[in-house]
Design a binder for this molecule. Structure first.
Ligand code: DPP
Ligand code: ZN
Length: 868
């Protein structure tokens, strides 16, 4: 298929002012009657030429097409695989179409589909065309009224966007409900639900004194897992009023949780539909990380109501306009409501594990892509997370106040419109006076810029200079980026030098910055708070990094110093192991880890937990030209084992001291203590000692919350050969206990698929046949298969067995759900970083996918790029 290009954008030939949908759910399918008030788009060049009406549709059985009440003969229109064309239409007219769709047969989970207790929708990006004929593009915004009819006993809850304006009984035990959305919206924000669900209700009083009715709908029996999400929703609403002056504009705000869902959640106007994973929580079934993720995702979807819904995207190339901005907003919310220090660390850890590899591989694309074959492939770490970094840099460049003024200006200019990333930046520029011309490169170019720093100290002149050089080989030219680099200087005693902490604006390919009145050669702390999404090289000595780890008051850069130290050791050890030599672990590193561990009260347990967690294998792999996954794995685990032995007493003491003292709460403070205690448990289990296994078994059996229970299970699931019986017993018990809780079963699958044990592939293969696994449920696929695909050492097995297994799973899945299959295919992205033997196996697997009959556009694009 031919790519779709940003450069080809043209405005719609027809606009649609209002939409009336009548949706009749019947045993033999759902009949959708759509009445559209259409009008030729006067503002376009084509308007004078009487252009044909071309609408999008997919898998629709068309029963009738009428213009202004006149049913058209079949000769008056043309239907092909994806479009309905009516050659001549008046300048203003009413189109009525009647189609039948088959939600029970919709395995793609895009459009209108069945899941367990009812029917749900997912329309972003292009699912609405699977419901009715429509101009399925975000710059066509219409006012919707929707009437649903269904069997009352089976589907007592009938929902759509907006306000309920009518309901009642109909013949044969059926009923109907009518909803009216007062806001114009693009059809990707359409939603409807017909299901049997329980509901938790609450209200929120807005700053201006309006009352919003809140409701969270879940499958029957799960109401006791909703209160956390409800609190998160109210916190988000209050936060957006405080921080951005943005108030909820709706009378009704509903969240519906569904177990079969391709993505995390969806911001449909007034009727969010969520993956159960980001709604349901109770201390015994959800971990601290789950609780925090629920806060973030509930906030994210709520924040979209302004950044995405009130102001939406002109076209899908602008996806980061809403996603980058909304991720930045949910990050800030998370930082304000949890722990700002570790929030930033985790964001960067995530960026390095997912976005940097993406930006270095075959799927590299700009934050605003210039072309795509399948838009669903571009809901990526680049559009979301790098997009959020770009927005964060804007705030860094102009300051928080001007950023807030820029947001105000953005809404003042564009409320109710479908706009571009340029429009957003223009509003920021207008509010601040800052010239973002050079900055726009961040939206335009793929790849991660590499910044190399060098320093010089002139004792006589008391002058210190930092020289930065930037490059991005993935970019289309050598022009420099505008890169904000936050810097501080430290003296040899670890004191921050007063007056020298600044944000440097790197605008040239090579640029030198001077610091005057510096009494002695300082240690620079560069890119504080990760002020730009770049790779930064500086020839730090281990002593300098150790000093920064201990002394830096910016938690991100303190953590970063520790990560740099560990990275250096692991990469050296990887080379040593590959060459048949034993790795060397310097005492200075052990001492630094000891200081952290024994000083956790002062530095914060959450921070120390992050600082004692070594960089992940995928992140480390990016730093190597050719990855030997076995050597890398052995090196990283060798360092863990070394620390476990050398600091055994300290780990044991911290483990004991951090024991819970009261009932569980998912608070930042408690979560930090649990995180550190469980990091300690993991290290303690690195020793082959029965007492350590017993410790994990005791924690597993005695835990009153999922965080601690699961951490013990995970430690056992990764433990060495001698722990096999304990491992198997814990896994069996866990499944036995939780088989009725789908989300907990997902954890059980994931912990096995992510295990470092050598026979993990065989386990995963066996689990694909287990009754707990279901290829048609995205959460199960992500838990078992995607986790395995991210298991660097096992997926990239030298004999190619991981690749061959994966290719077959992707083929089976692609026939049902191309979006999910395509996400699995992304696990091949980095295949060219491995040795020739592995590459040959990966190529064979990719070619077998490429040649697979009926391969979807989704997987096809990923495979073509990977092979390309
Ligand atoms: N727009 C959704 C989100 O990111 C994804 N479908 O919230
Ligand atoms: Zn989003």
């Amino acid at each position: 298929p031919a790519p779709i290009l940003l450069a080809d954008y043209t405005p719609p030939a027809y606009l649609i002012d209002t939409v009336h949908l009548d949706v009749d759910l019947r045993a033999d399918g759902t009949v959708v009657t759509a009445t559209l008030a259409c009008v030729r788009n006067a503002g376009t060049a084509a308007a004078a030429t009487n252009p044909p009406l071309v609408l999008d549709g997919e898998e629709l059985e068309t029963l009738e097409v009428a213009v202004d009440g006149q049913v058209l003969p079949a000769s008056a229109y043309r239907i092909d695989a994806e479009t309905l064309t009516i050659a001549t239409v008046p300048a203003r007219f009413t189109l009525r179409t009647k189609v039948r769709i088959q939600p029970d047969a919709n395995t793609q989970l895009s459009g209108f589909y069945r899941s367990k207790d009812g029917y749900f929708t997912q329309c972003e990006a292009q699912g609405f065309r699977r419901i009715t004929w429509f101009a399925d593009r975000p710059d066509v915004m219409a006012r919707f009224t929707v009437t649903l009819h269904a069997d009352k006993a089976a589907y007592p809850v009938l929902l759509a966007n907006g306000n309920p304006v009518g309901q009642g009984d109909e013949a044969d035990g059926r009923h109907y409900a009518t909803w009216e959305d007062p806001f114009k919206k693009p059809c990707y924000l359409f939603a409807m639900v017909a299901a049997k669900l329980d509901v938790l209700r609450d209200t929120f009083a807005t700053a201006s004194g309006r009352t919003v009715q809140l409701a969270i709908y879940v499958e029957p029996g799960k109401l006791d897992q909703c209160p956390h999400a409800m609190e998160a929703l109210k916190k988000s609403m209050a936060w957006d009023e405080r921080r951005f002056g943005l108030e909820c504009d709706l009378d009704h705000y509903m969240i519906v949780a569904v177990g079969d869902f391709n993505m995390g959640a969806m911001e449909n106007k007034g009727l969010n539909i969520f993956n159960t994973k980001y709604v349901l929580a109770r201390p015994d079934v959800a971990t601290d990380v789950d609780f925090e993720n629920i806060d973030r995702v509930v906030a994210h979807e709520y924040f979209h109501n302004w950044t995405g819904n009130r102001v939406t995207c002109r076209d899908w190339f602008q996806l980061s306009l809403k996603e980058g901005l909304t991720v930045f907003r949910d990050q800030e919310f998370g930082a304000d409501t949890h722990n700002r220090d570790v929030a930033r660390i985790r964001e960067v850890r995530g960026l390095r594990a997912a976005q940097f590899p993406e930006d270095a591989g075959p799927m590299a694309h700009p934050v605003r892509p210039a072309s795509y074959i399948e838009i669903n492939n571009f809901y990526t770490a680049t559009v979301y997370e790098k997009g959020a970094e770009v927005v964060r840099m804007i705030q860094t460049l102009i300051g928080r106040e001007a950023f807030r003024a820029g947001m105000d200006e953005y809404f003042r200019r564009h409320d109710g419109q479908a706009v571009t990333c340029d429009d957003f930046v223009a509003a920021m520029s207008a509010a601040s006076g800052f010239d973002f011309t050079q900055f726009m490169r961040w939206y335009r170019e793929p790849g991660t810029p590499r910044v190399t720093a060098a320093s010089a100290y002139d004792a006589q002149a008391r002058r210190y200079t930092l020289t930065f050089t930037q490059a991005n080989p993935k970019a289309s030219d050598n022009a420099p980026y505008l890169i904000p680099i936050r810097v501080a200087l430290f003296d040899a005693q670890g004191q921050e030098l007063e007056g020298h902490s600044r944000t440097l604006l790197l605008t040239e390919t090579t640029q030198t910055f001077a610091f005057d009145n510096v009494a002695s050669a300082p240690v620079p702390s560069l890119l504080r708070d990760f002020s730009a999404p770049v790779l930064l090289d500086y020839p730090y000595t281990p002593a300098e990094l150790t000093l920064l780890l201990a002394a830096e008051s910016d938690p991100f850069n303190a953590w970063e110093a520790g990560q740099r130290l560990a990275t250096g050791l692991i990469l050296e050890a990887t080379a040593a192991i590959a060459a048949g030599r034993a790795p060397v672990w310097p005492e200075s590193f052990t001492a630094a880890a000891r200081t952290l561990l024994t000083g956790y009260e002062a530095r914060g347990a959450a921070f120390v937990a992050e600082a004692l967690t070594l960089p992940g294998e995928a992140t480390l792999a990016e730093l190597l030209d050719e990855v030997n996954p076995d050597a890398l794995h052995a090196a990283r685990n060798g360092l863990r084992r070394h620390l476990a032995e050398a600091l055994h007493a300290e780990f044991a003491a911290a483990y004991a001291a951090l024991a819970p003292t009261g009932p569980y709460a998912p608070s930042a403070d408690q979560a930090g203590r649990r995180a550190l205690r469980n990091v300690c448990l993991g290290y303690l289990l690195e020793r082959d000692a029965p007492a350590e296994r017993q410790r994990a078994q005791d924690q597993y059996a005695g835990a009153d919350n999922m965080t601690d229970q699961f951490a013990a299970l995970a430690a056992l699931a990764n433990a060495n050969a001698a722990a096999r019986p304990a491992r198997e017993a814990a896994l069996a018990d866990f499944y036995q206990r939780w088989q009725g809780e789908a989300l907990v079963v997902d954890k059980w699958l994931a912990v096995q698929a992510g295990s470092r044990l050598p026979d993990t592939l065989a386990t995963v293969q066996r689990l694909t046949a287990h009754p707990a696994f279901d290829l048609s449920n995205p959460n199960k696929v992500y838990a078992l298969l995607r986790t395995f695909g991210a298991n660097l050492v096992r997926f990239h097995a030298a004999d190619g067995s991981g690749y061959a297994f994966f290719a077959e799973q992707i083929k089976a899945l692609d026939a049902r759900n191309p979006q999910v299959a395509s996400r699995l295919a992304r696990c091949f992205d980095r295949w060219k970083k491995f040795d020739a033997g592995r590459q040959a196996h990966a190529r064979a697997a990719l070619e077998s996918l490429r040649d697979h009959p009926g391969l979807s556009r989704d997987v096809g694009e990923i495979v073509m790029r990977a092979l390309g």
